[in-house]
Design a protein around this ligand. Structure first.
Ligand SMILES: Nc1ncnc2c1ncn2[C@@H]1O[C@H](COP(=O)(O)OP(=O)(O)O)[C@@H](O)[C@H]1O
Ligand SMILES: [Mg+2]
Length: 368
């Protein structure tokens, strides 16, 4: 029997699409290695994020394609790896050279669970293997240090002529908070330039190292301060957190319009406090109404990334500084948050592919 050829395997893989990126794995340059030993084929696939929602489907599709298209193949082994794609923006590259993507978590109004969502998304992405940082830029209520179980101040060190800060770290997340810059008892009246100055300092004077995703918890609302911030931070995109009731949805829409105005893509809407499942009866209560977030996303032409129920354990996780997805990973609620984080990561990858300069297909070298 003729040997299995590498070309035949690659041609088979041309028929496998990345369902999010809507192109085949070969032209996306995601096939990194093909090794053939007799009738056994081993393929290395490099995804655009370790938080890929369709990892298992892609793996199975590759196995099926090679087995059905290439004669003589007995076993197919797929090694799934990932390298997060970078938002290519000159401002971001100069201010945050080691950071591939920046994501704002925003809301039209306070108290909708924006910080809770930001923290859990960050931890979810890190659990999938991404390098994640978090900047608490909410001047009205910097609550992320507590939610992340961090109370100390960041360390300052001398880097040649300038002073630099090291971010704090917990659950695999690097963190800076605007709360570190102010005394607990000191009342601060923030203005736009002050807030943007502080956030600029977090971007340029903090040693972030290499990060796949740097998440910003923005102050709620759509006023001058928020507008200044979204113009200061070189954003890959934003997500908007809302609760299902009308008053919150109206403000979420304003949030989306603000990002549109400054040409920052909105990756989608997350509906928090979507419903409540009574632990004793399992009955679902739609306390703030039903489906508002999804309807809003549809009417605004953006994605609905998912809903998170009201769950006392989510609140407790925030209060005790151990995010739900870290503390109780095997719950339905944590699974929902993981799914949302993967949909978000997929949107970042789609954005980076669509905004990349056109690339010619790079063919596999002979050896890897
Ligand atoms: N899905 C949820 N289930 C239960 N409690 C929640 C949920 N989301 C947020 N909370 C709680 O609601 C309060 C407000 O959330 P927070 O994240 O601080 O809101 P924001 O940052 O939008 O002001 C916090 O006490 C938080 O623990
Ligand atoms: Mg908050």
């Amino acid at each position: 029997m003729a040997d299995v050829s590498k070309d035949a395997v690659i041609n088979a893989l041309r028929k496998v699409d990345d369902p999010d990126l809507k192109r085949d794995l070969v032209s996306l340059n995601m096939i990194k290695d093909v090794v053939i030993e007799k009738n056994n084929v081993s393929v290395t696939v490099e995804l655009t994020t370790p938080a890929c929602p369709l990892k298992n489907k892609i793996e199975q599709d590759c196995i099926n394609a090679v087995k059905s298209e290439v004669k003589g193949v007995e076993n197919v082994k797929i090694n799934m790896t990932a390298k997060v794609t970078s938002h290519n923006d000159s401002k971001k590259n100069s201010i945050l050279p080691g950071v591939k993507n920046t994501i704002a978590v925003a809301s039209g109004k306070g108290g909708v669970g924006k910080s809770t969502v930001a923290v859990n998304l960050a931890v979810a992405l890190a659990k999938d293997g991404a390098k994640v940082g978090l900047i608490d830029a909410d001047i009205y209520g910097p609550s992320i240090p507590l939610m992340m179980g961090l109370t100390e101040k960041p360390k300052i060190y001398q880097d040649q002529e300038t002073q630099k800060m090291l971010p704090l770290e917990n659950y695999g997340i690097k963190l800076m908070s605007i709360g570190f810059l102010i005394d607990d008892n000191q009342a601060v009246i923030w203005r736009g330039p002050m807030a943007s100055g502080a956030v600029k300092q977090f971007m340029s004077d903090v040693n972030w190292g290499e990060l796949d995703y740097l998440i910003f918890d923005l102050p709620p609302g759509t006023g001058d301060i928020q507008l200044t911030l979204v113009q200061t931070i070189p954003l890959t995109g934003a997500v908007i957190v809302t609760t299902p009731q009308e008053v919150s949805l109206i403000d979420a829409k304003k949030g989306l319009k603000m990002f549109e105005r400054v040409n920052v893509p909105v990756f989608g809407i997350i509906e928090n406090m979507s419903y409540f499942i009574a632990p004793d009866t399992g009955k679902r209560y739609e306390i703030f109404g039903n489906g508002g977030g999804a309807k809003l996303a549809e009417s605004l032409g953006t994605n609905f990334l998912g809903g998170i129920p009201i769950d006392p354990r989510i609140r407790e996780g925030g209060d005790k500084g151990v995010p739900m997805v870290y503390d109780l990973p095997d719950t339905k609620e944590s699974e929902l948050i993981m799914e949302i984080s993967r949909k978000l990561a997929a949107q970042v990858s789609i954005n980076n592919l669509n905004t990349a300069s056109p690339k010619v297909e790079i063919l596999l070298g002979d050896e890897n």
